[in-house]
Design a protein around this ligand. Structure first.
Ligand code: 5AD
Ligand code: SF4
Length: 483
């Protein structure tokens, strides 16, 4: 007994206490464990990561994949065949949660047939205590549960699960820590998401994000630049800067810096040709940013500017801290400075207390701004948010009717906006084969629209000039032109 304690203590002494060294240590340990298992079973072991939700989650999943590949797992696209299934969850709307429970039930049945199968759940949904309680009670077959603040600890948690054989749960309420320089595996070789900040301090009254992603923290600009320089060396030509509210980047840094200043620094990186970012909060969008965008050769002609509602009364209840007029004024300023910009938005229908008049205000904004596209959402009640207990929750039939009318308006306008570019020649970044027709390639315009045109695989990751021959509503069919 005494001897064992000593050995454990000795082993523990070798475990680095600083990050990321500690995680590299656990990656090695996990690798040793997996190698033994592979030797024993005489086969390789596979993983499948499924991402729910937004681009922040997609980027987190790349970090999970990076760690899994270093450990020695091999990717398997079919989760039913994988030995290690990971769900990176979203909880922004209730239906996302229901989808996870549904698929998990199915996975439980598959796991009974594969004794080596492991299931991990992480991401926003795990930050809700009720969810973890439910999993502990009714989904005992889950092996690993962790949250949004400690994904960098994935390797350590895997080792803990491998060694204990028991369900491992590690959820932090919040953190001020940002761990740099861990492995990550990009989905595309030529473009990448880059986190510039984490968390959100806005507390829009309907939104659960500030509770599950914690307080706003900006990454050190030097670490961001270093990451992008490395990406550029590795063949990346387009970066998407990610944050819940990029317009407030840098406010909490030791040496404060604005988002516009950060963009100017990134612009200087040679091989980066396109810069995108999301999401912008209208209340924090500065004149400085508009000017930097207007001057820039690399920042894409696209701005995602969620309006949520067109009614000042509802915006106030949503705690958005701008009015309809302020928003429209901002749009005008942006369009004047950058006439070819594409504007997209998020809209919520059926927020508590929304009347037909309020809804008409939303339609009015949609018609005035003429969005190139809009994500429309039915309000979803999230327990713990101020809106969940507000009076005047709207009946389903009313919300559905408004949602239908909004969708029609949005689609008619975006088809008209898309058609405006028909016949022009645009520079596109070739991203992939067309999903439905192998002979066609798919490219993305600066304004984020897609065009499909004849071509071959060798073009992927390169730029091409394409004539947009025919607008199909929200994408184009085109042809490459030699310049
Ligand atoms: N209900 C419906 N939509 C929501 N969103 C955020 N929270 C909710 C909710 N409770 C939408 C907002 C946000 C987008 C990412 O999701 O429009 O901009
Ligand atoms: Fe949610 Fe508002 Fe923060 Fe966006 S800005 S993540 S909608 S609280």
């Amino acid at each position: 007994m005494e001897k064992k304690t000593l050995i454990t203590a000795e082993a523990e002494m070798q475990i680095p206490v600083t990050e990321p060294e500690r995680q590299y240590y656990f990656i090695e340990k996990a690798k040793e464990n997996l190698a033994k298992l592979m030797e024993q079973e005489k086969r390789s072991f596979t993983f499948c990561v499924t991402t729910f939700g937004c681009q922040m989650n997609a980027r987190d999943s790349e970090k999970l994949v990076g760690i899994l590949e270093q450990i020695g797992y091999v990717e398997e696209p079919d989760e039913e065949k994988a030995d290690f299934v990971i769900y990176n969850t979203c909880t922004v709307r209730e239906n996302a949660n229901q989808r996870v429970y549904g698929r998990l039930g199915q996975l439980g049945r598959i796991k009974k047939k594969n004794p080596h199968m492991m299931i991990a759940l992480c991401g926003c949904m795990m930050q809700e205590p009720e969810v973890v309680e439910k999993l502990k009670k009714s989904y005992r077959f889950v092996d690993l549960i962790f949250g949004t603040h400690n994904i960098y600890k994935f390797a350590e948690l895997i080792v803990s699960r491998m060694n204990s054989g028991k369900m491992v749960i590690d959820i932090w309420k919040d953190t001020d820590k940002i761990v740099e320089d861990l492995p990550s595996e990009r989905k595309y070789p030529f473009k990448s998401g880059v986190n510039i900040m984490f968390g959100c301090n806005n507390f829009c009254s309907y939104c659960i994000v500030p509770y599950v992603r914690g307080r706003e923290r900006s990454r050190d600009p030097k670490a961001i630049i270093r990451e992008i320089e490395r990406l550029a060396e590795d063949g990346v030509v387009e970066v998407m800067l990610l944050g819940q509210n990029v317009n407030s980047y840098g406010k909490t840094l030791e040496h404060p810096m604005s988002f516009a200043q950060l963009l100017q620094e990134i612009e200087k990186i040679d091989k980066i040709e396109r810069i995108r970012f999301m999401t912008s909060h209208p209340k924090d969008l500065s004149d400085e940013l508009i000017e930097v965008m207007a001057q820039s050769k690399k920042i894409c002609r696209h701005l995602h500017l969620p309006v949520q509602s067109g009614s000042t009364r509802i915006l106030e209840k949503m705690n958005r801290r701008y009015t309809k007029e302020h928003y429209l004024g901002l749009v005008e300023k942006i369009r004047t400075a950058i006439p070819d910009i594409s504007l997209t938005t998020d809209i919520i229908v059926g927020f508590p207390g929304e009347t037909e008049e309020d809804f008409q205000e939303t339609l009015d904004v949609v018609r005035k701004v003429e969005y190139d596209s809009a994500f429309t959402f039915i309000y979803s009640k999230r327990t713990g948010t101020p809106a969940a207990v507000m009076e005047g929750q709207i009946p389903d039939e009313v919300v559905k009717d408004r949602f239908g009318r909004l969708l029609e308006e949005v689609q008619t306008i975006s088809a008209r906006m898309c058609a405006k570019h028909e016949g022009t020649v645009q520079r596109v970044l070739v991203e992939s084969h067309n999903e439905h027709d192998e002979r066609l390639m798919t490219g993305r315009l600066s304004n984020n629209l897609l065009v499909h045109f004849p071509g071959d695989e060798s073009m992927i990751g390169k730029f091409a000039d394409v004539r947009l021959d025919e607008c199909k509503g929200f994408y184009y069919i085109g042809k490459i032109v030699e310049k």
